[in-house]
Design a protein around this ligand. Structure first.
Ligand SMILES: Cc1cc2nc3c(=O)[nH]c(=O)nc-3n(C[C@H](O)[C@H](O)[C@H](O)COP(=O)(O)OP(=O)(O)OC[C@H]3O[C@@H](n4cnc5c(N)ncnc54)[C@H](O)[C@@H]3O)c2cc1C
Length: 397
């Protein structure tokens, strides 16, 4: 198995690196490190720049606007984005609903929605989870009843990421309660401005407004906004979840996280030496780096298999578990490194001249990031669920 990159791959990497250097907006550089949050406009500005270049949807088929890259080029591209610490391209439109639309949608749905996802005109959110349906998603209860050429939707979704900005949402709804749970679900595209939709914030431990509850009361949705056949929504749901899990290991972003951690540990004092010189701390970083290197080679092995035409297997579950554990450990060690300076966290600091940060700037987001990253072992199919998949699919238990 050849895990090295070809000269063409190296040239491609160079091209991507140059483009990012020359085009990444100056005002976004280091914004999070300085304690500020990303706004909707921040996300959209980088989306539009990549969209104009034809690079915002690396995995899309060329006929819909994808760049026609190989799996290796896509990997290099994501590595370079991480290396430059760019704002992420949100997955809900580009890598979640779009593949469902171009795989299962009608020609009208493709023509209507795909160009607007590419350009960033429509912001999408994902309405899957409900208060009683997370890991056991098929037990969802939000119902859609036919009324002529409309569905009337009633129910509640939860944990809906960034729904406060969304123009459209893709929702799983129950269209037939009389059959087996998976067989009575449909996949609807819903305009978030439709009367009857209420989006309520859920403020997370880090103080952020990232997730929401979405209430649907007698929401009228045209039948033409259903993707795939009625009661075939579970097929779309499973297809989409496979897309959600790819790239979730976040190796390149974790490499960048460890670099930052090293820089912090080199600055922080531990008695009369820097923290990085403390053998116990040094060992923790080394263990993290070894685990990350092992994860990277596991990911590259998967990439080599994919490039050789083999389908992705249950290893995506393994990548998800190890990748998210590493992401969480980086935030734990960062918290440990900044110590008590992580405690005073003031939202919006920097907006006013009267308040000054207590401690170094890099400590500002250590605590909220630590709290925020607890989510990674829950979303995209919790890590316990992934272990269940490995037990069944890999170990045959
Ligand atoms: C920050 C964040 C953003 C999210 N964004 C979205 C979004 O945009 N749209 C959306 O639809 N959803 C979103 N989710 C929801 C996410 O998909 C669910 O939280 C996840 O599927 C887990 O479901 P749950 O929270 O209901 O927990 P439960 O399913 O109730 O699980 C509770 C605990 O039990 C464990 N467990 C459950 N079943 C099993 C089992 N069979 N075997 C072993 N252990 C088990 C779980 O691992 C977990 O530890 C988001 C979640 C978070 C945290």
């Amino acid at each position: 198995m050849d895990l090295s990159f070809s000269p063409e791959d190296a040239a491609f990497r160079e091209e991507v690196r140059r483009f990012i250097d020359e085009n990444y907006p100056e005002n976004l550089k280091g914004k999070l490190d300085e304690g500020e949050e990303w706004s909707k406009e921040d996300y959209l500005s980088w989306h539009r720049i990549l969209g104009k270049k034809g690079w915002v949807a690396p995995a899309w088929p060329t006929e819909y606007g994808g760049p026609g890259w190989s799996a290796t080029q896509r990997y290099i591209f994501s590595e370079e984005l991480a290396r430059a610490d760019t704002i992420p391209i949100l997955p809900f439109g580009i890598s979640m609903v779009a593949p469902v639309i171009y795989t299962f949608g009608t020609p009208e749905q493709k023509a209507r929605f795909l160009p607007r996802i590419l350009s960033g005109e429509d912001w999408w959110c994902q309405g899957y989870s409900e208060p009683g349906a997370g890991s056991d998603l098929a037990s969802l209860r939000t119902k859609a009843e036919r009324d002529g050429d409309h569905y009337i939707v009633n129910g509640q979704k939860t944990w809906t990421t960034l729904a406060q900005h969304a123009d459209w949402g893709f929702f799983l709804v129950r269209t037939d309660p009389s059959v087996k749970a998976q067989e009575g679900i449909s996949f609807l595209l819903i305009d978030m401005k439709t009367p009857g939709i209420t989006v309520r914030p859920i403020i997370t431990l880090g103080g952020e407004h990232e997730v929401n509850e979405v209430w649907l009361e007698n929401v009228r949705v045209p039948v033409e906004n259903r993707v795939h056949e009625e009661n075939k929504g579970w097929t779309c749901a499973k297809f989409l979840l496979a897309h959600e899990r790819t790239g979730i290991a976040g190796v390149a972003r974790s490499k960048r996280g460890i670099e930052k951690l090293r820089a912090i540990a080199a600055t922080e004092l531990d008695g009369d030496r820097s923290l990085i010189e403390n053998p116990f701390f040094k060992r923790k970083i080394a263990e993290l780096e070894i685990d990350l290197a092992a994860l990277e080679f596991t990911e590259l092995r998967g990439l080599a298999a994919l490039a050789a035409g083999k389908p992705p297997g249950a290893e995506s579950s393994l990548l998800k578990i190890k990748g998210t554990e590493i992401q969480q450990r980086i935030t734990e060690l960062t918290l440990e490194a900044v110590g008590h300076y992580a405690a005073p966290y003031f939202r919006g600091l920097g907006d006013s001249d009267n308040e000054h940060a207590i401690g170094p700037e890099y400590a500002l987001r250590a605590a909220p990031t630590y709290f925020n990253m607890r989510k990674t072992s829950i979303y995209g199919g919790s890590n316990e669920i992934q272990r269940g998949i490995i037990a069944k699919m890999v170990l045959g238990l």
